[in-house]
Design a protein around this ligand. Structure first.
Ligand code: GTA
Length: 326
């Protein structure tokens, strides 16, 4: 097995805290991907809001970018502890209300400390638009037969494209962002920042490990033959995170989604203190639990009834209804 430890920025600072802050400041922010084009978002013409959340400070907007359908997700980024002094020093402050010892202000930090993260899907398919729209959700109970007769045919014909995954594995995109790689064909994986993480602070750390093997669609395909792969991801993934970000394994949430959006096996690594929507009990299966389940019952993920949340307007729900299962 070959560990390439692909990390162009690795250093040897001894002080743990120092290392954490410095490395996040120096993160490679990304690359231009396959075709080297950068999108100018001033060309985006919004047509409708698919979803927004005042609490999460996010908005999902549908529109057009250079005459192609697009979805743009805007998200206010978390505060960075290490930039607080600079933020206060460089801010403009306008008083709104003062009452006794209480006051509120419009606070305008310097522009570079007041950024918004934008994620763009372009051209966006109808499936992307639906995925980001807020809709009613119900729980589905999927038996072994349901998986074979309903879910599997659906995934095979309708699943979202995994071209972005292959681009990462083939180093056609996001090459500079890789934190760690084990290049073994059977046991190997690539570990890199998830799209949802701006890499500015470890509080909301979010990485994904994408396996090199291309024949595992989801949890349902896992058998004891994959135990070594799963243990390898857990061990080397958590080791790489401790080394790179100083975040110990007991402060990490390591899990797999069922159902995932993309049917190429991958594992989510989050900071435990970060409450990610997809980390809730109805969708997240802890990697350590998966390993134990496979050890105690080799057929666990083939035969168990698995529950998952699904939007009521998803085509899969219509297929369950047509089969008399809902
Ligand atoms: N590095 O090109 C990519 C890329 N893509 C296309 C997806 N991901 C990528 N990472 C890199 N490069 O965590 C990431 C996704 C996700 C993982 C796939 O791969 O960010 P999954 O197959 O289990 O699918 O994981 P999941 O989690 O359902 O997908 P996704 O897109 O995260 O959507 C789930 C919900 O998260 C959405 O409905 C929405 O509520 C929320 N969400 C999605 N994107 C964002 C965002 N940018 N900001 C805020 N919330 C978001």
């Amino acid at each position: 097995m070959a560990d390439t430890g692909a990390n162009p920025n690795s250093g040897n600072e001894s002080d743990e805290e120092n290392r954490k802050v410095k490395k996040l400041k120096g993160e490679p922010k990304g690359d231009r991907g396959e075709n080297g084009e950068e999108t100018n978002l001033s060309d985006f013409k919004p047509t409708s809001v698919l979803r927004d959340s005042a609490r999460d400070k996010t908005i999902f907007v549908h529109g057009e970018l250079k005459e192609q359908p697009a979805v743009v997700i805007l998200e206010k980024t978390p505060f960075g502890e290490d930039t607080l002094t600079e933020m206060f020093k460089g801010a403009k402050t306008n008083l709104e209300v003062k009452n006794d010892i209480y006051s509120t202000y419009v606070f305008q930090p310097p522009a570079h400390l007041n950024e918004i993260k934008a994620t763009v899907v372009c051209p966006a398919t109808e499936a992307h638009v639906q995925k980001y729209q807020r809709k009613e959700i119900i729980m589905v109970e999927e038996t072994e037969d349901d998986y074979k007769n309903i879910t599997l045919p659906y995934i095979t014909s309708k699943g979202l494209s995994v071209t972005w995954v292959y681009n990462i594995l083939e180093k056609k995109a996001e090459k500079e962002r890789i934190i760690f790689e084990d290049s073994d064909k059977e046991l190997g994986f690539v570990l890199l920042p998830d799209f949802k993480w701006d890499q500015k602070q470890v509080d909301d750390l979010y990485l994904i490990a994408i396996v090199h093997k291309r024949d595992i669609k989801s949890l349902r395909d896992l058998t004891p033959d994959h135990l070594q792969l799963l243990q390898n991801i857990y061990q080397k993934g958590t080791d790489a995170i401790v080394q790179r970000y100083g975040l110990p394994t007991n402060k990490l949430r390591v899990y797999v989604h069922y159902q995932p959006s993309y049917y190429h096996f991958h594992v989510h690594f989050n900071s435990l203190s970060y409450e990610v929507p997809g980390s809730r009990v109805e969708r997240a299966h802890l990697l350590q639990d998966i390993i134990q389940n496979l050890k105690s019952d080799p057929q666990y993920y083939k035969t168990r009834t698995l529950l998952f949340p699904m939007r009521t307007d998803d085509e899969l729900i219509s297929m369950y209804k047509a089969a008399g299962r809902l």
